[in-house]
Design a protein around this ligand. Structure first.
Ligand code: PMV
Length: 347
């Protein structure tokens, strides 16, 4: 008999960045981080996992193409999940011995994998949760997040919707390095994210090697993890709980800048942002100065694409500027007349 379980996991975008590993094999970070998980209908991975006594090999199909499951990280996730399943089987002699059987996994993103958007977080989160469901594991999502973390660090945060913290933990074995919910998505329902795809090229330096270079060579990085992030972690959680957008936005922008500054301080330096990314940063600061209020925040991961956070009621204020700036760029043609745009800007 074939047993099947499915799940979806959305992409999460960090507002307090994870950058630096204290243990590369276990994906243990050098600082705690915070992210916002996008809504399911936006960017997400849908994964189904099946198991049957008759399957002869573990197999994976990603966006319709068969892919290898051989990476050490994926193997570690599968081994951990099978270990937990064995405990279920030991407690219930009637339970099918799925831990001994092979898995077939089908996974699909609803966004182009090559768009330069973080897909590994949603991918590993969906993989681990689909198998945890298939195995009927009793562990809660924070426990399961430790397995997703071993696949890709930031994946642990995609197990929860809304506002999520990844607590770095202290233990050498990673037993306390896990994701926890700060607030559910509906806590702040008018929060919105816009992704400006600046380039869909593959990123310059993969995150793992980039982090290692920064940890090894940047003095600024030491300052960041000791004296900057710990306090910001508490302040950002508080801003989220209080729905204090200006504080949340200021912390988000400062942290993106701090992370990219440590990349620039790595030797040789790592450049993730390009001229267009910097143009957007200047635009966001001009918009906030124009309205004399922080209504929009930018953040950049290990690539040039911008994610903007804003409150729904400020959407037209923000987009008036975006359309004005990117009017000649395909995909960004304005839906407003020149007069309407000028009206928005006058408000
Ligand atoms: O989980 P990784 O190895 O893809 O690293 C993610 C690093 C950043 O996206 C830059 C920051 C973060 O916290 O997601």
């Amino acid at each position: 008999m074939v047993y099947v379980a499915s799940t979806t996991a959305p992409v999460n975008i960090a507002t307090l960045k994870y950058w630096g590993k204290r243990d590369k094999d276990l994906n243990l970070p050098t600082n705690s981080s915070i992210s916002v998980t996008l809504a399911q209908e936006d960017l997400r991975t849908l994964t189904s996992a099946a198991t049957d006594e008759g399957f002869t090999q573990d197999k994976l199909w990603l966006n319709g193409k068969e892919e290898s499951l051989d990476s050490a990280r994926t193997q570690q996730c599968l081994a951990d999940l099978r270990g937990l399943r064995q405990q279920v089987e030991a407690q219930d002699p009637q339970a099918p011995k799925m831990s001994q059987w092979k898995l077939h996994i089908v996974s699909e993103n609803n966004f182009p994998t090559a768009a330069g958007l973080a897909s590994s977080a949603a991918g590993f989160a969906a993989l681990v949760v689909a198998i945890a469901k298939l195995y009927q594991l009793p562990q809660d999502y924070s426990e399961i997040s430790k397995i997703a973390r071993k696949g890709s660090g930031s994946a642990c945060r995609s197990l929860f919707g809304g506002y999520v913290a990844w607590e770095m933990g202290e233990n050498l074995d990673g037993s306390d390095s896990k994701a926890v919910e700060v607030a559910p998505l509906n806590h702040w329902p008018n929060m919105k994210a816009a992704i400006l795809v600046v380039s869909d090229m593959k990123k310059d330096t993969p995150s793992t090697s980039g982090m290692q270079l920064t940890v090894k060579t940047s003095d600024l990085f030491q300052e960041r993890i000791k004296n900057v992030v710990p306090q910001r972690f508490e302040e950002m959680k508080q801003a989220i709980r209080n729905k204090d957008f200006p504080t949340f936005a200021d912390l988000t922008m400062k942290d993106s800048n701090s992370f990219h500054a440590t990349c620039l301080d790595s030797y040789p330096p790592i450049f993730y942002m390009n001229d267009t990314s910097r143009k957007i940063i200047r635009l966001v600061h001009s918009i906030n100065a124009f309205y004399n209020e922080t209504i929009v925040a930018y953040t950049y991961d290990a690539g040039p694409n911008a994610v903007l956070y804003y409150l729904e009621e400020n959407e037209s204020k923000l987009f008036a500027f975006i359309y004005k700036l990117f009017d000649k760029v395909s995909g960004w043609e304005t839906k407003y007349t020149e007069a309407e745009l000028n009206d928005f800007l006058k408000e």
